[in-house]
Design a protein around this ligand. Structure first.
Ligand code: WTA
Length: 682
């Protein structure tokens, strides 16, 4: 399945320097280990598991599973019988067994330059234990769900690991999501407590997070879920007595005047709770398949799916992918620019790096604030060696040319990574040539919230790179490409990307909805996990992701479902029907182009357009703000009434070559839609 020889066309290979100390130093070694991971997984993962602490060892085979819906319930079990605690493995093991207590776990860099903090492994352990005791004192028990809605502050890591320490299940909601989205997620996972913050700055913009959190809790109450505890971190608005004795001083741009609504019956001050909390907390020993966390990702029906990950498999998988894909070395300073509210931040800011005792940068701000050099300034400030970011950030920075990059040396950089969407060759070349000065291999990592960690990815010193290709499977992962009838295609081909067997980090279920889990991922092609992505395999065996093949959009690396945006639009009384499609965008990858049919008697005005944009922002969050809204008196439908999105995508791009339109019920609609196109969408 893997190629016998390296490809003969122009490819990029890791430098001799990198190969010298690399964990996997050649393509031959990769192939050898890959075969071992597939043929003798017990031995392969068993060796890796030896580095971790197990309260009790597992019995039986490493992975047990059923991927075939025709044979019964879908399940994956990894290391059954073992008990452990991830927080113990991430912190206590590094502090006590590996003697890394004084090593920096995180360099926190705030939104404003010069606003920074450092936390060592020992300090992080103390802070996590303290907060774990706080959670316990609030009655949080093993298995309880705790919702976390926080900006990119150290306390977010503290809160998540405190949950893990006591066996509670965290459900982190990205702080850019709306109150409505937060409410929906709290209700779905029936959380008993919310941890949030007063507010934060995104560039110059002040976000009053507590207001949104309050609104969400009120909505929950309206829907019958009474959450009566909300722990609030004062990130911007500490009182003088809270600063005294607080482990972190206020940020430079503190904002004592921030109006933080406070309900003494519900709200609890983070800082007050910590006072007097012991910094010792015995970890809760968890079974391998106990739930670890829930993270919501967009679903094509519009309702987000609560992806559930469990303890042992996720720990081993994120630790191993981090170590090998970024070729982690003890003197590295690693920086992942994602937000912890997304899976990339879960796996590759918190779990993978800490499991390896890595030193990371945790960045609160924006790549363009206060100027377009911010990222490179940070790279030089901390001497970052491994940088992991998104194609959309690269495209954004590319617009400003190479000068803001060249102002800084970046000589510490060794490996660059990307995630979230296919990277176009132009952005790849700019990242490689300008940012990496042609010295650093780029690991283009393909994976999903559901996969827990990288599944298709180069290894930086081993895999010859082709710009735009996520190259080959990681250890334990067996990809296949299927045609519409579910037949496996061999050799160069294009079709549905699926996986034939589980790896330790794959999701276990959709929280509270096993039937939905089975329907979405396993029903279409029994025996396979279906990614929802299209994929091409070239003559050299390289995999190239071609994008989503369901009704999902990828805006700035974030998945959104068209149905989710459509339902937000039709909730407006002026809208009778809505259809949303993706339109290629030079920075965001895709932008939202919305067609709305209005209710009788309503006219389409700029005010209405602005209202609809606001409505989507409020229902889902700023990431879902439509770029274009077009009045569509009629939508192109098949005779059976199905909206023909394919045509809408063409109209959004002003492409008149529509292909076969014989199934269209009323072809005059199309002409009208072309005439009504948004004038800004040239
Ligand atoms: C897309 C993000 C091409 C893909 C980790 C996938 C990619 C979805 C890549 C998952 C990549 C992610 N190349 N496409 N390197 N990485 N994707 O759940 O469509 O937020 O299904 O996880 O992002 O997005 P999610």
């Amino acid at each position: 399945m893997l190629p016998d020889k390296a490809p003969d066309e122009d490819v990029f290979c890791g430098s001799a320097d990198l190969k010298r100390d690399a964990h996997v130093a050649s393509f031959e070694k990769y192939k050898e280990l890959y075969m071992k991971s597939i043929e003798t997984p017990d031995e392969f993962w068993g060796d890796i598991a030896k580095d971790f602490f197990w309260k009790t060892k597992h019995s039986g085979q490493f992975l047990d599973y059923n991927f075939d819906v025709t044979k019964g319930k879908i399940f994956v079990k990894c290391m059954e019988g073992a008990t452990t605690n991830i927080c113990y493995n991430l912190l206590d093991r590094n502090v006590h067994d590996r003697k890394l207590g004084d090593r920096v776990a995180f360099f926190w860099e705030g939104n404003d330059p010069g606003d920074d903090l450092t936390v060592t492994y020992r300090e992080l352990l103390q802070r996590v234990c303290q907060f774990a005791n706080v959670l316990k004192s609030q009655g949080v028990k093993k298995g309880d769900r705790v919702s976390i809605y926080m900006p990119m502050v150290l306390e977010l890591v503290v809160a998540m690991l405190a949950c893990v320490r006591i066996g509670a299940v965290h459900s982190i909601v990205f702080a850019g999501f709306s109150a409505e989205s937060l409410c929906e997620r709290i209700l779905d996972s029936d959380c008993s407590l919310l941890v949030t913050a007063d507010g934060f700055y995104r560039g110059d913009k002040l976000i009053n997070l507590k207001l949104l959190a309050d609104e969400a809790l009120q909505k929950c109450r309206d829907k019958g879920l009474l959450i009566n505890r909300c722990i609030v971190l004062k990130h911007l608005s500490k009182e003088p007595e809270e600063i005294l004795g607080s482990q972190s001083p206020p940020t430079k741009r503190s904002c004592p005047d921030l109006q933080v609504p406070w309900n003494p019956d519900v709200d609890l001050c983070w800082h007050a709770l910590l006072r007097g909390a012991s910094d010792e907390c015995e970890p809760e020993w968890c079974e391998s398949e106990d739930p670890l966390f829930i993270l919501y990702t967009s679903g094509s029906t519009g309702k987000p799916k609560g992806v559930l990950h469990t303890v042992s498999g996720y720990m081993l998988y994120t630790a191993t992918t981090f170590k090998l894909v970024f070729d982690h070395q003890p003197d590295d300073v690693y920086w992942c620019t994602a937000d912890i509210g997304w899976i990339t931040g879960h796996s590759y800011i918190t779990y993978g790096p800490l499991a390896n005792g890595a030193t990371s940068v945790l960045f609160e701000g924006l790549p363009t604030f206060p100027n377009e050099s911010r990222m490179w300034e940070i790279v030089d400030k901390y001497r970052v060696t491994k940088l992991y970011t998104a194609p959309t950030a690269i495209r954004l920075l590319m617009k400003f040319g190479s000068e803001p990059v060249k102002k800084y040396k970046r000589e510490s950089l060794k490996i660059l990574g990307t995630v979230g969407e296919p990277i176009n060759p132009e952005a790849w070349q700019w990242y490689y040539n300008v940012v990496g000065d042609k010295r650093c291999p780029i690991v283009d990592t393909f994976w999903q919230t559901e996969t827990g960690g990288h599944v298709l990815t180069p290894l930086p010193a081993a895999t010859p790179l082709k710009p735009g290709s996520a190259t080959f499977p990681f250890f334990g992962v067996v990809p296949a490409i299927l045609n519409e009838s579910g037949e496996e295609l061999e050799g160069p081909s294009e079709g549905y990307l699926v996986f034939k067997q589980p790896w330790p980090g794959v999701m276990r279920t959709v929280y509270g909805n096993q039937p939905r889990f089975e329907t979405i991922y396993f029903k279409k092609f029994p025996g396979y996990y279906v990614t929802g992505d299209g994929c091409r395999r070239d003559k050299d065996g390289y995999y190239w992701i071609t994008g989503r093949i369901d009704d999902m959009l990828n805006v700035s690396g974030h998945l959104l479902s068209t149905a989710e945006v459509e339902s937000a639009l039709v909730e407006h009384k002026a809208v009778a029907e809505a259809a949303v499609v993706g339109r290629p965008h030079p920075v965001k990858g895709e932008s939202l182009y919305c067609f709305v049919s209005l209710t009788n008697g309503v006219t389409f005005t700029c005010t209405l357009e602005a209202e609809l944009k606001k409505q989507v922002r409020e229902k889902i969050g700023a990431i879902a703000t439509p770029d274009y809204i077009q009045n569509a008196p009629g939508l192109p439908k098949t005779r059976s009434g199905k909206i023909m999105r394919r045509l809408l995508r063409k109209i959004a791009c002003n492409e008149h070559d529509l292909g076969d339109i014989s199934t269209l019920a009323d072809s005059s609609v199309v002409q009208q839609l072309f005439q009504n196109r948004c004038s800004t969408a040239v």
